[in-house]
Design a protein around this ligand. Structure first.
Ligand code: UDP
Length: 253
């Protein structure tokens, strides 16, 4: 159904990550909204890559997604270690306001799904203030619980947005999109993790200087210490990539 992706990609521990910039991503989104065939975007980070090693459904969802951007500096490091290059980090938290800016100019209608009750509404208000003329087709917290899916699908179908952001965290949001994209018929569906929380300040994001020196993950560990178990994925990721690189080098020797 989807056109084959002609952009290059890097395989990190078997998981596909596409070689795109923010600019490329915005251009691809614009093309897909014109074409009107449902396309799925994943904001992949090292936690995704490690989760996909254990979870076959999540692995397959990422392989079949139409675009997987590198949301996580660990992926840029891993690509370099494997002799490839990802041009920049492309985060869900930065893409949401960028896409909203384009949406206001081009008349795209957005639907914001997920996060705690009230957060999607607040995010929509914030985006509308920043982008006069922005058209919000709908907002709903909902839940990734399959029992709620029929009601959520009906809400979205009723307003036919051009773009759907889903903030249920990974892998729930990405599995949810894969399962429902065909019946929803929305041209672009993107999993955005904690992006709404970041935009309205429910969760503080690392200051820019920390992002620039590649320590956003450390800020997250300090401000959301309950994530430590999930963040154990990071040292495991580094170790696995170091081994993948060594195996590849040995195979080439
Ligand atoms: N969330 C939700 N319903 C759920 C579980 C999570 O709406 O059943 C939301 C949560 O409120 C948060 C987002 O999903 O806004 C996940 O954020 P997180 O920073 O954990 O995302 P990730 O690190 O997975 O990208």
């Amino acid at each position: 159904m989807s056109e084959p992706l002609s952009i290059p990609s890097v395989s990190i521990l078997g998981v596909r990550v596409d070689v795109v910039t923010y600019r490329d991503t915005l251009d691809i989104i614009a093309r897909w909204i014109e074409q009107r065939t449902p396309r799925q975007i994943a904001t992949t980070n090292p936690e995704f890559v490690m989760a996909a090693q254990q979870d076959a459904a999540f692995f397959q969802t990422l392989q079949q997604a139409d675009l997987c951007v590198a949301d996580g500096v660990g992926l840029l490091w891993a690509a370099r270690w494997l002799g490839r290059r990802l041009p920049e980090r492309v985060t869900g938290s930065d893409l949401v306001p960028m896409v909203a800016g384009q949406a206001a100019q081009r008349g795209w209608r957005l639907f914001l799904l997920g996060a705690a009750p009230g957060v999607a509404e607040q995010t929509a208000r914030r985006l509308e203030q920043q982008n006069p003329g922005l058209r919000i087709a709908g907002v709903y917290a909902g839940s990734p619980d399959p029992a709620e899916a029929p009601g959520i699908v009906a809400r979205i179908q009723a307003v036919q947005p051009d773009l759907l952001f889903v903030a249920y965290g990974a892998p729930a949001q990405d599995l949810w999109i894969a399962r429902h994209k065909a019946e929803l018929g929305v041209p672009v569906l993107m999993g955005v993790g904690g992006a709404f929380d970041h935009l309205v300040g429910v969760q503080r994001r690392a200051p820019l200087w920390l992002q620039r020196i590649n320590l956003e993950w450390l800020f997250r560990l300090m401000t959301q210490p309950w994530r430590w178990r999930r963040q154990l994925a990071l040292p495991r990721f580094v170790w696995a990539v170091l081994r993948q690189g060594r195996r590849a080098a040995e195979a080439a020797a």
